[in-house]
Ligand binder design. Structure first.
Ligand SMILES: Nc1ncnc2c1ncn2[C@@H]1O[C@H](COP(=O)(O)OP(=O)(O)OP(=O)(O)O)[C@@H](O)[C@H]1O
Length: 338
């Protein structure tokens, strides 16, 4: 169920430059947190020292396995849960201080108690719209019709919420978030539980909104979602942000695997290890290892191999994927399918 809510660092961010401390350095950020931390009663630290940096206009994939702290972070961004420490800035304004001014510009889809099951989709939106004191009640009908149309629920507007499919419920949550124009959308696992068609529809809608200039922060545990949808990514692991940056930069930070085909497998492995290749192992037809940042370049490896008298039939370079990086950073397997 969904409820409409009002609404990058010191991560081990392999790819992100050090946080810029100059005044105004955050001006181009739609979401900026500093040292954001949540410790629940009982002592569990759900989110630890988070410096999120979401540029204006980005579709930011907030990626992490279940329980890594994504929902708690999102709830703190929206003022639904108080941080234990740290600060939040949304659209350049401090939250919660400027909450009343900034949250109307922020649309959100977060888990929680939600729509009335016995009211229709349209009637539920009427309730949501009526609860917004900042809009003109006389234009409510127009806003509701536009939001329903936007998410493809016009035909089902009169049906009771309880008979909606999961995808329709999710889309109604999005419609509620879109009752007024938003500069920032915060979506917590918007495709969770949806069938492939529903998933495609929600992703298409996010793309459309982003194309119109809305900044979107979308949490997910699906790598494919990030790869298909996002310009930026932040990776959470056990409450910490372990990488953050553009999708291209973060993916480029993955180690490249170098694989050699050589008859003298031990000799090839020795040369690789001596040159600074890490995790060198003898393979079926040669040797392989990982080229990390600052490691030798492939040309140098070939020179070394020739110099050591190791004949090489082939040298292959395999660029790491986002999935490799994720497993590497979080130590977890991953649900890679959409
Ligand atoms: N109200 C709470 N009281 C105590 N612990 C909590 C509370 N809410 C969340 N947690 C714990 O904080 C950690 C982070 O949970 P959170 O829901 O933020 O993660 P998540 O990445 O959103 O996971 P999921 O994808 O499963 O929703 C988990 O270990 C969770 O059990």
């Amino acid at each position: 169920m969904t409820t409409p809510a009002p609404a990058a660092t010191r991560p081990a961010a392999r790819s992100t430059p050090e946080r810029d401390a100059r005044p105004g350095a955050d001006a181009d950020l739609a979401v900026a947190t500093s040292g954001l931390t949540k410790r629940f009663r009982g002592g569990q630290v759900a989110v630890s020292d988070l410096d999120l940096r979401v540029p204006h206009g980005a579709v930011y994939g907030f990626l992490g396995p279940n329980g890594s702290g994504k929902t708690t972070t999102i709830r703190m961004l929206l003022g639904l849960v108080a941080p234990t420490s740290g600060t939040v800035r949304l659209l350049g304004e401090d939250v919660p201080a400027a909450r009343a001014r900034v949250l109307p510009r922020v649309g959100a889809l977060v888990e929680g108690p939600a729509f009335h099951p016995y009211l229709s989709g349209a009637a539920n939106l009427r309730r949501t719209d009526a609860a917004d004191r900042t809009v003109d009640p006389r234009t409510s009908g127009r806003r509701i019709a536009a939001a329903l149309d936007r998410v493809g629920l016009t035909a089902a507007a009169g049906k009771r919420f309880r008979v909606y499919s999961l995808g329709m419920k999710q889309r109604l949550g999005l419609a509620a978030a879109l009752l007024r124009p938003r500069d920032l959308l915060v979506l917590d696992e918007p495709t969770n539980g949806l069938d492939p068609q529903g998933t495609r529809e929600v992703r298409a809608l996010v793309r459309e909104l982003a194309a119109e200039g809305t900044t979107v922060l979308v949490s997910t545990h699906l790598l494919a979602e990030v790869e298909q949808l996002c310009s930026h990514v932040g990776v959470m692991s056990a409450g910490r942000l372990v990488a953050q940056g553009t999708l291209a930069d973060v993916t480029a930070a993955t180690p490249t695997r170098v694989a050699l085909e050589a008859r003298d497998r031990e000799g090839a492995a020795r040369v690789l290890a001596a040159a600074g290749v890490v995790g060198v192992a003898i393979t079926e037809d040669g040797a392989a290892g990982e080229l990390t940042a600052g490691g030798p370049d492939p040309e140098r490896l070939l020179v070394d191999l020739v110099g050591a008298g190791v004949g090489v039939r082939q040298l292959r370079l395999e660029r790491g994927t986002l999935e490799d990086l994720f497993v590497d950073l979080t130590g977890e397997g991953f649900d890679v399918r959409a």
